[in-house]
Design a protein around this ligand. Structure first.
Ligand code: COA
Length: 177
């Protein structure tokens, strides 16, 4: 549910937010893997500072979302896209619309920056509300075994994934998770 009483600001993550972002990821996922992944991705070529976003409530970081560069590759071509991962909201503030706002804001920002599509691995009943559809529609495959409906893509511009087919190559930092 979107809670209109929550005054949330979304902005680019800053260095001083790193500890809070670490804690939010580790608390939301109940393990440290995603928090450590974010730390590693910040140092990688796949990192885009404009697309590491925090949700602020009363000057406190309460949510984080990250989009990193990926390629969709086949024998002949390599097309740049983005991976949405991870997204996390403080457990005490979940289900109040903060995650939705981070996702919508992030998709819009990615579009403004000129990106044409986003890929996500996630809940098949959560992401379609933001326009994501199973990547089987475009013959885009994950680099590992995933339930077909959990691997999804969205076009940020008309035709953003038309004629794009192949296997997604994530930043190597993802392999360590
Ligand atoms: C997933 C997450 C980021 C969503 O943030 P949030 O602020 O709780 O989400 P919202 O309040 O915007 O929820 C939007 C809708 O998604 C639903 N939803 C939330 N989490 C969901 C989940 N894990 N599975 C399915 N639906 C979910 C909510 O019920 C809500 O639907 P509603 O408006 O019809 O009630 C947050 O719950 C979280 O940090 N979860 C743990 C980490 C995680 O699983 N991240 C996603 C994988 S990368």
């Amino acid at each position: 549910m979107d809670d209109d009483n929550l005054v949330i600001e979304i902005r680019q993550e800053e260095v001083r937010d790193f500890p809070a972002v670490y804690n939010i990821n580790s608390n939301a996922f109940n393990r440290k893997d995603e928090a450590r992944l974010v730390d590693r991705l910040r140092l990688s070529d796949a990192f885009i500072p404009d697309l590491s976003l925090v949700a602020m409530l009363d000057a406190k970081v309460v949510g984080h979302i990250l989009f990193t560069k990926i390629n969709i590759e086949n024998n002949d071509t390599k097309v740049e896209s983005l991976a949405l991962a991870p997204v996390a909201v403080s457990p005490d503030l979940q289900r109040r619309g903060i995650g939705s706002r981070l996702i919508r804001y992030g998709l819009e920002k990615a579009k403004q920056l000129g990106y044409r599509s986003v890929i996500v691995l996630g809940h098949a009943d959560y992401y379609p509300r933001y326009g994501f559809e199973p990547t089987t529609k475009w013959q885009i495959k994950a680099p590992f075994n995933v339930p077909a409906n959990a691997f999804m893509g969205v076009e940020l511009v008309d035709g953003g994934l038309s004629d794009v087919k192949g296997t997604v190559r994530y930043a190597r930092e993802f392999e360590e998770i």
